[in-house]
Design a protein around this ligand. Structure first.
Ligand SMILES: [Cu+2]
Length: 174
């Protein structure tokens, strides 16, 4: 009982100390998960504003797998687009990077898959309504086992007025 009474003031001091440090421990907002499925967190989603007059663009995000088994992203869709494909930039026989559709993106156990400019990306075709920066674009990802998760991708400015593939030497198979 005596011990218990003595501990209280010590704990109070410790808690006050932690609270003071809290702002520095807050993770950057960009890493906050917007959705989670089977141990995979989706963060940093963004859709590049389509270049002028186009209805095609690329979307990016980060997939963080906290589970102890690999997970596979196998597809994507949006009610606001005709179709969404998984794409990668792969080196062709001529050594030039070309954009290609891929069947799946693996997120290793306790690992990360980053979809970013010049690499893996979501390719969005046939966008139905004109977009502007700041809009929310709904996307649904499908993981192996037909597990689906939906979230919104913020539409971001595209200073280059290009989309993936414009510099990829005609890599689009369609
Ligand atoms: Cu692409």
């Amino acid at each position: 009982m005596t011990l218990f009474v003595r501990l209280i003031p010590l704990l109070s001091i410790a808690c006050a100390g932690l609270a003071a440090c809290e702002p520095a421990k807050t993770p950057p907002a960009r890493m906050l998960a917007v959705a989670k499925i089977d141990g995979v967190e989706i963060s940093e989603p963004r859709l590049r504003l389509p270049p002028n007059g186009r209805d095609v663009t690329a979307g990016y995000l980060t997939l963080t797998n906290s589970s102890d088994k690999a997970q596979k992203l196998v597809g994507a869709s949006s009610p606001k687009a005709q179709r969404v494909e998984l794409h990668a930039h792969l080196k062709g026989a001529d050594g030039m990077a070309q954009m290609r559709q891929v069947e799946q993106v693996e997120i290793p156990a306790k690992g990360t898959a980053v979809l970013a400019p010049g690499g893996l990306h979501l390719m969005v075709f046939g966008i139905k309504d004109p977009l502007k920066a700041g809009d929310s674009f709904p996307v649904e990802l499908t993981f192996a086992g037909n597990r689906k998760v939906g979230f919104a991708m913020p539409v971001v400015e595209n200073p280059s007025q290009k989309t993936e593939g414009d510099t990829g030497h005609g890599g689009h198979p369609h």
